[in-house]
Write a protein that binds this ligand. Sequence first.
Ligand SMILES: Nc1ncnc2c1ncn2[C@@H]1O[C@H](COP(=O)(O)OP(=O)(O)OP(=O)(O)O)[C@@H](O)[C@H]1O
Ligand SMILES: C=C(C)CCOP(=O)(O)O
Length: 245
Amino acid sequence: MTVVLKLGGSVVTDKETPETVDDDALDRAVETIADADESSLALVHGAGSFGHHYADKHGVTPTEGSHDAEGVWAIHDSMRRLNDEVVGRLQAAGVPALPVHPLSVGARDAESTLSFALDSTATMLSEGFVPVLHGDVIAQAGAGATIISGDEIVAHLARGLDADRVGLCSTVDGVYDADGDVIPEITDFAEVADALGGSEATDVTGGMAAKVRALLALGAPAHIFGPDALSAFLAGEPAGTRVSG
Ligand SMILES: Nc1ncnc2c1ncn2[C@@H]1O[C@H](COP(=O)(O)OP(=O)(O)OP(=O)(O)O)[C@@H](O)[C@H]1O
Ligand SMILES: C=C(C)CCOP(=O)(O)O
């Protein structure tokens, strides 16, 4: 049973204050993951108030690239520091976490098609480690470097590792309908398009609409849920909104 789980940047950081980890929320998530003791778990985390802030400052998005090495490094470096924090706390809680930095293993061609070697991630999993990936900048042919969101990495991992279960843990309890109620299941983008917005904070990768689109394109069932439902998700129980294309 392979599980791919993303901890949203809005969960693990205080998205309103640049470069601030949300200590309580991250510790709670780490504790829940340690308690679950999932045998084959690949983790991804988002950018929150780390990467998005620098991406915005240097004008880099998933489609607008940059050849400015210092700017690209500033974005990556902020994500690397957040990743150090996440990996360090997981290890302190007894989870055998190791980092995988997308900048060093992935690239896009001129048509934006992603190639992303999964050898390190897959081998870590089979050796009993918990790989921890993150949204990042990656080199793109003809564009310098562009942003890759944690959600895109989740989709790539889910396919490449043939995941049995995929989860996006965000700050919301699930995907809300126009009345603010959690939608139990989404099978078609058009049915929910009107209710889906972007993100409330600085976010260059598109908020909820982009998440639902990416998850609908997967073969595996995926769930979007809030931190309170993380242990249920890891136990294989229903959590938040189920998205299946
Ligand atoms: N219909 C909807 N239901 C739920 N949330 C929605 C909806 N439309 C827009 N949103 C927004 O989407 C946000 C979740 O997307 P966001 O990209 O901020 O999450 P994240 O993955 O946790 O963060 P990050 O992108 O930094 O990793 C919510 O906080 C909410 O503001
Ligand atoms: C802005 C950067 C570097 C990555 C964005 O990842 P996300 O928070 O998962 O959308």
